[in-house]
Design a protein around this ligand. Structure first.
Ligand code: SAH
Length: 217
């Protein structure tokens, strides 16, 4: 396919999947018009790269649906100065969207081959404001950084404590909160001594793996 044709698919994705559902932030829409999502999917799914659903990326993981990536990004109300932590790099697509909108993105992925692949793509695309770590994201970033926003791209039934501690006062965290089968996309805003919690909509993400191992591994 020619670059012009990919561009057309991106335009249609933005019009039909994002704008119609209420994504209105111009910076975010511009970013979705720009980032080549087809470079973040596996060859077998190339024709479906801009479709309205998640796609397999190997290791039992998925690249999120475009709308879900946009919604999570919009709800964080980011600005150019922000420093963001992302848990679950996966394909690196969400990472690219974030990196276009903020000063720096710190991204954690527990599956090394996925992280390496994402890093390779993002580096080739010229991103130089992304920091990568392969570890359990529940523990947060190794250095003591206070983030303006934290995006968790995997399902958990409680707010990971260490991650909450790495969030600035006034900062926002977005995560799919619930069981392995069904979650509610939830926005958390950290206040001085408490937090505000805002449920947004139903969603379905792969689980955030916690310490130890599961039967599937
Ligand atoms: N935003 C990504 C979503 C990837 S799916 C994309 O659109 O491509 C979620 C990712 O979270 C998976 O790659 C999975 O391996 C990773 N993950 C799950 N539990 C994790 C943990 N405890 N620490 C770090 N990454 C984790």
């Amino acid at each position: 396919m020619m670059e012009k044709e990919w561009e057309k698919l991106r335009f249609e994705m933005v019009e039909r999947q994002l704008k119609r559902r209420g994504i209105s932030d111009e910076h975010i829409l511009d970013t979705f018009l720009k980032v080549p999502r087809h470079l973040f999917v596996e060859k077998e799914f190339l024709a479906e790269a801009y479709y309205d659903y998640p796609l397999g990326i190997g290791y039992g993981q998925t690249i999120s649906q475009p709308y879900m990536v946009a919604l999570m990004t919009q709800e964080l109300h980011l600005d150019k100065e922000n420093c963001v932590l992302e848990i679950g790099t996966g394909s690196g697509y969400q990472t690219a969207i974030l990196a276009d909108l903020v000063a720096s993105v710190y991204t954690i992925e527990r599956i090394l081959p996925l992280l390496n692949k994402a890093k390779d793509r993002l580096t080739k695309l010229g991103y130089n404001n992304i920091y990568y770590a392969c570890k359990d994201g529940n523990d947060g970033w190794d250095e003591d950084i206070q983030f303006d926003a934290i995006l968790i791209a995997a399902a958990t039934n409680s707010i990971p404590k260490q991650l909450f501690q790495q969030l600035k006062i006034g900062g926002k965290m977005i995560l799919p909160l619930g069981s392995n089968l069904f979650q509610r996309l939830t926005l958390i805003e950290k206040k001085e001594k408490r937090y505000e919690i805002k449920p947004l909509c139903g969603c379905r993400f792969v689980p955030l793996i916690s310490r130890g191992f599961t039967n599937e591994e």
